[in-house]
Ligand binder design. Structure first.
Ligand code: DGL
Length: 270
């Protein structure tokens, strides 16, 4: 009864931890495409090719449902995958919609027309590919009117996290927040639109100031997955074991993941 969790690297572990806590009886199979991270500097075709290959591997590992715990893949590849690639008996879901539903104060699956919401000035921090896709703005426009979104492409942050250089990652976050503030001096809310960024959530919050609400995806995705599985229990696949797969060097990826999650994580070669 396994569910697959995919990311280009370590960022999806922030989502994995939240879904494990929310659904302790479900075994999750995690796939980190570490050999090809970061995705955020790749073009849409490239991201589509890599993501479909990884998801195929998760199907083979006994997952009928796969969560793309990667905004870049969700933004650049998910729609194309759902329209023309995902087999009838499988599902692939992204991480954007639960976040936008929270921001726009909607219940899951509320498809009523767009309406005014409380938050008017939103800062979006994401990878260059996610920002270029404008997928966040598109999904938001389906649900809310009159929201001003200023997007900041946070070049370098994912690379620094994957390399374990948290000092560089922190410095980059502070400089990206400064750059955002030059364009939007007083955001009311900030979206961490990359699953790597919650690893630096305190730095974002500190740089933005206490009056800015910082939204990150892990718990929102966990709640929406729990809701989805309640409505579609048949989507739990035949897999039985928590597993960690990587296209990178398993020893190196295991050591970084263990450091981030503060529990022993052992990756094997995908
Ligand atoms: N965690 C991925 C995301 O949410 C990082 C993408 C990358 O590899 O650049 O966008």
């Amino acid at each position: 009864m396994a569910v697959g969790i995919f990311d280009s690297g370590l960022g999806g572990l922030t989502v994995l931890e939240a879904v494990r806590k929310r659904l302790p009886d479900v075994p999750f199979v995690y796939f980190a495409d570490s050999a090809h991270a970061p995705y955020g500097v790749r073009d849409a075709d490239d991201i589509y090719g890599l993501t479909t290959k990884a998801v195929e591997r998760l199907f083979d590992a006994g997952c009928d449902l796969v969560i793309l715990a990667c905004n870049t893949a969700s933004a650049a590849a998910l729609r194309r995958m759902q329209e023309s690639w995902v087999p009838r008996d499988k599902r692939v879901l992204g991480v954007f919609v639960p976040l936008i539903e929270a921001l726009t104060e909607r219940q899951w699956g509320d498809n009523s027309p767009p309406r005014e919401v409380a938050v008017k000035h939103v800062a979006l921090f994401a990878t260059p590919a996610t920002v270029a896709s404008r997928a966040f703005q598109r999904e938001l426009a389906f649900r809310a009117i009159g929201v001003d979104v200023e997007a900041q492409a946070c070049g370098g942050v994912v690379d620094a996290i994957e390399e374990g250089d948290m000092i560089l990652a922190e410095a980059l976050v502070r400089s990206h927040v400064d750059a955002l503030r030059r364009k939007m001096p007083h955001p009311e809310a900030a979206i961490l639109g990359c699953t790597h960024y919650p690893l630096l959530q305190d730095v974002f919050q500190d740089a933005l100031g206490a009056d800015v609400s910082v939204y990150s995806q892990a718990n929102l995705v966990a709640d929406s997955l729990a809701d989805y599985l309640e409505r579609h229990p048949g989507m739990l696949g035949p897999g039985t074991q928590e597993t960690f797969l990587t296209t990178g060097d398993p020893a190196r990826v295991s050591s970084r993941a263990t450091q981030f999650l503060r529990r022993q994580i052992t990756f094997t070669a995908a």
